[in-house]
Ligand binder design. Structure first.
Ligand SMILES: NC(=O)C1=CN([C@@H]2O[C@H](COP(=O)(O)OP(=O)(O)OC[C@H]3O[C@@H](n4cnc5c(N)ncnc54)[C@H](O)[C@@H]3O)[C@@H](O)[C@H]2O)C=CC1
Ligand SMILES: O=C(CO)COP(=O)(O)O
Length: 430
């Protein structure tokens, strides 16, 4: 017979065994996550510092204590280029905003406002304006580019003759049409020697102009550049975090635009909070799945440039992509919605690029394909949404528990999503 004491002892040793097993299981699971998370190499190539590690590398301590030494150019006089240039000028950096239209430059210099894109917001009186591209970028430490993705290559080519030791930072959240190139790819192609970074985060321009506390991420392989951007833009209202996963950060900023359109559309159908939460988290699953295929670190999507920006743009009518989706949900055509918006909504092009890329590469992106089917194949939104809900059984977070392909037989009877695309998973598996 087992005495109570023995029984306790046995229980406690059984408990110890269970604790040990569960801690081993947890450690194994964590190791799995980290293995998956770090298997990609893109954005973390640690080569020797580039020979053009520009002026910013000279004396970081000096720049930290005195960011006014930085000479900056911002290219693109839309809402975001203006908002960021204004932050830098307010921090005392020597800042020039380049705008392509001479008359706009004159008006901005005279009124110290950006009447078209940020009406009613007074800009810092130290901000300089120019329509002379060469003069704007010469003798600068960092050139920030905030033109739409479709104009990025052209802008880089135009400044190429004037680039020596300057660093370049992309603020653009788009993709090139037809090539699927991201902005960092274009920088590497057009200016292979240049020291560069990408900046992305939940940064609705109007909120920044209103001094509502915000944060963003600068991603670069160059630590001096990361520090210089942090020093240039940081303030009590704006925090700049750092990353070396360039691919992950720029993909976060580009991909979330797709789901902001989806959420704007869902809002037009007056869906509930559960539905919004489902769209948001499944969007994040798609983003990180696509990101891993593209060489990003999936954990980057948990940061400001991933879940942060996804949340901001999927929740706010200040987002132009959300507004496009909302107009579509109210029955407008894509062309009419784009015309009515009159500003950049990168998601319109990004949906097409990602749909095509995911289809070719066999990456499972049901929300993107469904949105493409509604916008470009004229499928009925409600029918497509129903198909999405009828899709098969999947794992929640596939970096924790991989998708179980044995579910295929179980779900074979279920219909696929509204699109006729082929993915790595069998149709029945969706
Ligand atoms: N507005 C926002 O809240 C944020 C925007 N972004 C990103 O910044 C980029 C720019 O967006 P916004 O400033 O908001 O756009 P916007 O629509 O407000 O302005 C675009 C600006 O680019 C100029 N532009 C267009 N084509 C050009 C060309 N070929 N050469 C030179 N300039 C040209 C336009 O004249 C305009 O001044 C986009 O990729 C956007 O996703 C990023 C974070 C926040
Ligand atoms: O990227 C943004 C906020 O982070 C701005 O979003 P929209 O381009 O949809 O306005």
């Amino acid at each position: 017979m087992t005495s109570p004491n023995n029984s306790n002892k046995n229980n406690s040793s059984a408990n110890n065994e269970t604790d040990k097993e569960s801690s081993e299981k947890q450690n194994g699971m964590l190791a799995g996550i980290f293995e998956r998370a770090t298997k990609s190499g893109l954005g973390r190539k640690k080569s020797n510092p580039s020979p053009v590690e520009s002026a910013v590398a000279k004396d970081m301590a000096d720049i930290h204590s005195n960011p006014t030494k930085l000479r900056l150019a911002f290219l693109g006089g839309g809402s975001f280029g203006t908002a960021m240039a204004n932050l830098a000028a307010r921090n005392g950096c020597d800042t020039t905003l380049w705008v392509r239209n001479k008359r706009t430059v004159k008006a901005m210099a005279k009124t110290q406002t950006n009447k078209k894109y940020l009406p009613g917001y007074k800009l810092d009186d130290r901000l300089k304006y120019s329509h002379d591209l060469a003069a704007s970028v010469k003798d600068k430490d960092i050139i920030f580019i905030a033109v739409p993705g479709l104009a990025f290559r052209e802008t880089l080519k135009n400044i190429a003759p004037f680039i020596g030791g300057q660093s370049i930072v992309s603020l653009t959240k788009g993709m090139e049409k037809d090539t699927f190139a991201m902005m960092s790819d274009i920088i590497k192609e057009v200016l292979p020697e240049v020291n560069f970074g990408v900046m992305s985060g939940p940064n609705l321009a109007i909120e920044i102009m209103k001094n509502m506390p915000s944060a963003t991420v600068i991603a670069s392989e160059s630590e001096p550049l990361r520090h210089a951007v942090q020093a240039a833009l940081h303030s009590a209202f704006f925090r700049v975090f750092a990353s070396d996963d360039i691919r992950g950060v720029e993909l976060g900023g580009a991909l979330k635009n797709i789901y902001a359109i989806a959420m704007g559309m869902a809002a037009a159908y007056e869906v509930g909070e559960n539905t919004k939460a489902m769209i948001l988290t499944r969007a994040l699953a798609e983003m990180s799945r696509f990101g891993v295929e593209e060489g990003a670190n999936p954990l980057t999507f948990l940061g400001l440039s991933g879940v942060g920006d996804l949340y901001a743009t999927c929740s706010s009518e200040l987002s132009r992509n959300y507004r496009i989706g909302n107009m579509l949900g109210r029955g407008m055509s894509i062309d009419a919605a784009v015309k009515k918006l009159g500003q950049t909504a990168e998601g319109v092009n990004t949906i097409q690029q990602v749909h095509e890329k995911a289809t070719k590469a066999g990456i499972y992106m049901p929300i993107t394909h469904a949105l493409y089917a509604v916008i470009y194949e004229d499928k009925a939104a409600l029918g497509v949404a129903l198909h999405l809900m009828e899709a098969g059984f999947r794992s929640d977070v596939e970096f924790v528990m991989a998708h179980d392909h044995s579910n295929a037989a179980l779900t074979a009877h279920l219909k696929t999503s509204g699109s006729n695309t082929k993915s790595k998973d069998s149709d029945a598996d969706k």
